[in-house]
Design a protein around this ligand. Structure first.
Ligand code: ATP
Ligand code: MG
Length: 421
């Protein structure tokens, strides 16, 4: 039955995969905090116009990839394909533009109708940061340094290369457009030029790629301000010891970028090698109806990062509560609750004979099992079994469970502590 399959390009995050995702997100969240970026979240769907104009009508995202629909109230809404436009919308709608600089971190699902393949999905997840209100190159440097730090902490720095380019300012791009207009271009490329002359470098179409190969170097058309800005970004990265490779063909898929553009790229993922991409977007806030505020940020694909990290952290090893008989079950339930109250992870087995319950204890990789049967209860003890060595001993465990929850089971807790310290 088709409806029992996940929709094409979507996938379930089973516990192992979820732990990988969580490792990426928690690493990024902690690093973002070190750099003074505050976590925030915007809605997963917005009015379509939040994305359409800012991202660019002629981009692949807007032209082919958005999940757009009319809701039951007749509103045209879109599942967010990326989060920069949403964050900027939030800055404007919450009147935050007065209190710049703003530094935000986010993570969550994004949606693009793409052809699914390794590292490319229709629902995927991103972490990202935005630094809004700082025109100086320090912002670009800090944002890249944060990205680099995250990749470092994930153990990926040796697997990725930072590629860097400048898209210059509007004046430089206009000069470049002039140069290209007199070049031999196909009708198609000429149309693309209109909005963003650098777009030809991002095109996967053969005609555009030919033009891109033969086009004059954009660097020769940078005005002094743009050149100076780029030099300062590079100088800052050099001082921080962040290596990069200049890539004059690197342009971003969205129209709103200016000056710095960068990507962290790996060869370990086949064609889907870009794990993190970003740049400066000085015109975006104003274009969306806010004051003329500069901005810079990046977004990274969690699935791609998660595939690259080694083993995800193992889940913590719980205590297995293994009751025998009905009285045992009642006692186990209460003891489990007391232990959890004190911060232990406890896996309570619900049914089956002793052998079956012990199998479950092994399956959940418990460190230790606490066995409670009629006989133990009668003697006011529980059996504690070390599941690694198989050794077992008894501990006094008052089953007078009316004592205050935080005072009871002192001895049992002391014994269990040995296994987890
Ligand atoms: P690509 O060139 O791979 O299509 P992009 O330039 O469209 O990437 P961005 O919009 O810059 O990507 O998004 C930033 C990051 O999000 C990418 O570098 C990638 O890691 C991830 N990403 C983008 N699209 C997808 C997708 N469809 N599935 C999984 N990850 C994605
Ligand atoms: Mg893409």
């Amino acid at each position: 039955m088709r409806a029992l399959q996940p929709a094409r390009g979507t996938q379930d995050l089973l516990p192992e995969a979820a732990r990988r995702h969580r490792r990426v997100i928690e690493t990024a969240r902690a690093a973002a905090e070190l750099y003074g970026f505050a976590e925030m979240a915007t809605p997963i769907f917005e009015f379509t116009e939040v994305f359409a104009r800012p991202i660019g009508e002629h981009t692949d995202i807007v032209a082919k990839e958005m999940y757009t629909f009319t809701d039951r109230g007749g509103e045209e809404v879109t599942l967010r394909p990326e989060n920069t436009a949403g964050v900027v919308r939030a800055v404007i709608s919450n009147g935050l533009a007065q209190s710049v600089p703003l530094k935000f971190f986010y993570s969550g699902p994004m949606f693009r109708y793409e052809r699914p393949q390794k590292g490319r999905f229709r629902q995927f997840h991103q972490i990202g940061v935005e630094l809004i209100g700082v025109a100086q190159p320090q912002a670009d440097i800090e944002v890249i340094a944060l990205g680099s730090r995250i990749l470092d902490t994930l153990g990926l720095r040796a697997h990725v290369v930072l590629e860097l380019n400048t898209l210059g300012d509007a004046e430089s791009r206009a000069a470049y457009r002039e140069a290209l207009v007199s070049a031999e271009l196909s009708e198609d490329s000429r149309r693309r030029l209109d909005r963003n002359p650098l777009r030809i470098f991002d095109s996967k179409e053969e005609t555009d790629q030919r033009v891109a190969r033969e086009a004059p170097a954009f660097a020769d058309y940078l005005n002094p301000e743009s050149r100076n800005f780029f030099d300062r970004v590079r100088g800052g990265l050099d001082r921080l010891g962040i290596d990069y490779r200049l890539n004059p063909r690197l342009v971003r898929g969205l129209d709103y970028y200016t000056h710095t553009a960068f990507e962290f790229v790996t060869t370990d993922l086949g064609a889907q090698g870009t794990v993190m991409g970003g740049g400066r977007y000085d015109g975006l806030v104003e274009m969306m109806g806010g004051p003329p505020l500069p901005g810079v940020g990046w977004a990274a694909g969690i699935e791609r990062l998660a595939m690259l990290i080694g083993e995800p952290p193992a889940p913590r090893r719980p205590i297995a509560m293994v009751p025998i008989g009905e009285t045992g079950e009642a006692a186990a339930l209460t003891i489990a609750e007391v232990l959890r109250y004190h911060g232990w992870a406890v896996d309570l087995s619900y049914s089956g004979n002793l052998a079956r319950r012990m199998r479950r204890a092994n399956r959940v990789n418990a460190r230790v099992a606490v066995l409670i049967g009629e006989d133990e209860i009668a003697r006011n003890v529980v059996a504690v079994r070390d599941l690694d060595s198989g050794e077992q001993s008894e501990v006094v465990a008052p089953t007078d469970l009316k004592v205050p929850i935080d005072l009871s089971l002192r001895e049992l807790r002391a014994r269990l502590q040995v296994f987890y310290s």
